[in-house]
Design a protein around this ligand. Sequence first.
Ligand SMILES: [Zn+2]
Length: 201
Amino acid sequence: MFKIPTLDKLVHEIARLPGVGPKSAQRLTHFLLKNPNYSEELRETLKLVEESIVLCKTCFNYTDNPERICRICQSPHRSAELMCVVEQPEDILQIESSGGYSGLYHVLHGAISPLEGMTPEKLKIRELIKRLDSADGVIEEVILAVDSDLEGDTTVLYLNQELSERSLKVTRLAQGIPMGSDIDYIDDRTLHRALSHRTEV
Ligand SMILES: [Zn+2]
């Protein structure tokens, strides 16, 4: 097969992006070749992001504020008594777009996974505890909005234990049947969780 190493390198790099298969990577590479203006704009935007995006010094979300304080931490309109703990900064976008939450956030930057070497020390857990302790009783509830998988469960167990001696309400997002789905198609584990987390109607 006819090969152009420089182009293949670009295809290879694009294919490393999540959700992009080899075919799409080929298409995107040729799109970039045919649109040099777009290619230039993309290059500049990537550079700008690399240079200006930092982590908020309070919640560890991304921010482009050189003072390292994100928009949410700065806002006087957020409920300071609620703290939602998420695994990744992108989880904040999801929760924000649901429109169902107006409290503060804390990003762990991962979940506990001893097999992958992700120990509590590598996450922003120490910072979370420090933040809760220095909030002087303002925070009443910590919502653990972590994934519903083994790593998420391990993180919940660990945090619940760490926070048990503080006068805080520790909750986890409800787990069960997704909206609009048919019980026949739900897997056993999800159905088991939905049954144990059932609510009164
Ligand atoms: Zn922040």
